[in-house]
Design a protein around this ligand. Structure first.
Ligand SMILES: CC(C)(COP(=O)(O)OP(=O)(O)OC[C@H]1O[C@@H](n2cnc3c(N)ncnc32)[C@H](O)[C@@H]1OP(=O)(O)O)[C@@H](O)C(=O)NCCC(=O)NCCS
Length: 313
């Protein structure tokens, strides 16, 4: 996580809002913003280094880097190439995944498929964002949500340890719900797009909220059915950290008690594709997640896109 803490009170000095409004609507108290000279790939690199050292794997052994991000350093070279360069090696496949807040679960599905098929021996999947660079700080309805950070996992084949039981991804086109309208070939950068803030995140909060609740609930129920387990057998759900109320009401619908939800958005806000691996790391590091447990990761975001990974840890 970047060092700089930005509280709701800090944001209330930039837009007309308050700690009370933000906390009661979202569950967020504070978030982290990267420095001006700290980029998505720097946070991704730090997360990859930590994951590799915990897995006792040398960077040169990695043959696939997947970075899920909605705020890449550049259009190209991709952010995964920056990470490989930072690790001081070359030759691995490097790709970015651009499915916004569900990027990490997409990356995990693809990384697992590569490793299971033997196409990759060691694959690093990273979720990393510098959303503060693409947040519209003139829009109080969205700027209170987004933040920066990164998390990473190392995937390799193992017969005696955990496995991904099942994954399923999906999407629907909805430009109005959540988009960065300008900067691509549809609306290339111009003085006008910059003046209008069109390179920043535009969101319809209410519509996104309702779809997210429905999708999170459907995904939890479907994952249990496909994994042949009951919601009771789930030890932990690690959802994308969008909004506490979205998560809790969706899990109520799916009969998953609040105590089983891993949530840290109070401290970190919505870090898009980084939020799941950051929360996962906390729950593994503090001992909540243990071997043999069923753990469900669920993402939802721009596209609209969604997906889940059910893991036997
Ligand atoms: C963004 C969100 C917190 C807004 O909450 P909401 O209850 O839907 O609020 P609305 O947008 O309907 O606005 C209600 C009022 O609060 C005001 N408001 C909006 N943002 C505000 C803020 N930061 N501070 C104070 N007032 C605010 C609005 O102007 C509106 O005022 P009005 O009634 O006088 O017009 C909520 O819709 C949400 O979390 N949606 C999901 C977004 C999300 O998770 N996106 C990422 C998905 S990956």
């Amino acid at each position: 996580m970047p060092q700089r803490v930005v509280t709701n009170d800090d944001l209330s000095k930039i837009v007309d809002t308050s700690d009370e409004w933000i906390y009661s609507r979202t569950g967020i108290r504070e978030r982290r913003f990267a420095r001006d000279d700290e980029y998505t790939s720097d946070m991704a690199l730090a997360a990859a280094r930590l994951a590799l050292s915990r897995a006792e794997i040398k960077p040169s052994e990695v043959d696939y880097f997947i970075v899920a991000t909605a705020s890449p350093d550049n259009t190209f070279p991709n952010t995964a190439c920056w990470v490989q360069k930072g690790l001081g090696c070359e030759g691995a496949a490097c790709i970015d995944i651009s499915t916004a807040c569900s990027g990490f679960v997409y990356g995990l599905q693809q990384g697992a498929a590569l490793v299971n098929s033997g196409e990759s021996q060691i694959c690093v999947v990273i979720g990393a964002e510098k959303l503060s660079a693409i947040t519209n700080f003139k829009d109080r309805g969205s700027c209170i949500l987004f933040a920066d950070g990164a998390g990473a996992v190392v995937l390799r084949r193992s017969l005696d340890k955990g496995r991904i039981v099942c994954s399923r991804m999906g999407s629907a086109f909805d430009f109005d719900a959540l988009a960065v309208p300008a900067g691509g070939c549809r609306m290339p950068a111009s003085y006008q797009t910059v003046d209008e803030g069109a390179h920043k995140i535009a969101m319809k909060g209410r519509a996104t909220y309702q779809t997210a609740v429905r999708k999170f609930a459907e995904m939890a129920m479907e994952a249990c059915k496909r994994g042949n387990i009951t919601p009771d057998q789930l030890s932990w759900v690690v959802p994308h950290q969008a909004n506490e109320h979205i998560i809790v009401s969706a899990m109520e619908r799916a009969n998953v008690p609040k105590e089983k939800i891993v949530m840290n958005l109070e401290r970190y806000g919505n870090t898009s594709s980084a939020s799941i691996p950051i929360a996962l790391d906390e729950a593994v590091s503090d001992g909540r997640i243990q071997r043999g447990q069923y753990v469900l990761l669920m993402g939802f975001g721009g596209g609209l896109s969604w997906g889940y990974n059910l893991i036997k840890w």
